[in-house]
Design a protein around this ligand. Structure first.
Ligand SMILES: [Zn+2]
Ligand SMILES: [Zn+2]
Length: 138
């Protein structure tokens, strides 16, 4: 697959939709304490994209923003609450798209972990947990 191929994504309720028509600059997992609060998960997986190649194709009116720190702003769907992307003052001209919002999240593989000082200790051994193909029965 070519990295320049257009990728699509959306929030959970599919009101907010976007296209990525530019090369992916990188992707990573952020383990900082803010990302834990913002996602409710153990870490945030984000995809770096130049904003010239990131286009909202639907649901602009359903997109809300919230300053999650002095530097970063979260953009999310105000109907279903799903995170869509962040902007960060240290990275002008870029958007950090929530990896899980991609319609085909296997298209992007994170290449780094950042803020590992805040990584939850069980994350490194995640493959060793009891694994089920779907939810456990009973
Ligand atoms: Zn939504
Ligand atoms: Zn973070």
């Amino acid at each position: 697959m070519l990295m320049s191929e257009v990728k699509t994504g959306s929030c959970l309720c599919k009101t907010v939709k976007y296209d990525i028509s530019t090369e992916i600059k990188g992707a990573g997992n952020c383990h900082c304490s803010i990302c834990k609060k913002v996602t409710g998960g153990a870490f945030a997986s984000v995809v770096f994209v130049g904003e010239e190649g990131f286009t909202l194709t639907s649901g602009e009116g359903a997109l809300s923003m919230h300053d999650i720190s002095e530097l970063a702003t979260k953009f999310f769907c105000n109907l279903c609450g799903s995170p869509v992307y962040n902007k960060h003052k240290h990275f002008p001209g870029f958007v950090m798209v929530a990896l899980g919002s991609l319609d085909e999240p296997t298209q992007v593989t994170p290449g780094m972990n950042i803020f590992c000082e805040s990584m939850l200790p069980w994350v490194k051994g995640i493959g060793a947990l009891k694994n089920f193909d779907q939810g456990p029965q009973g």
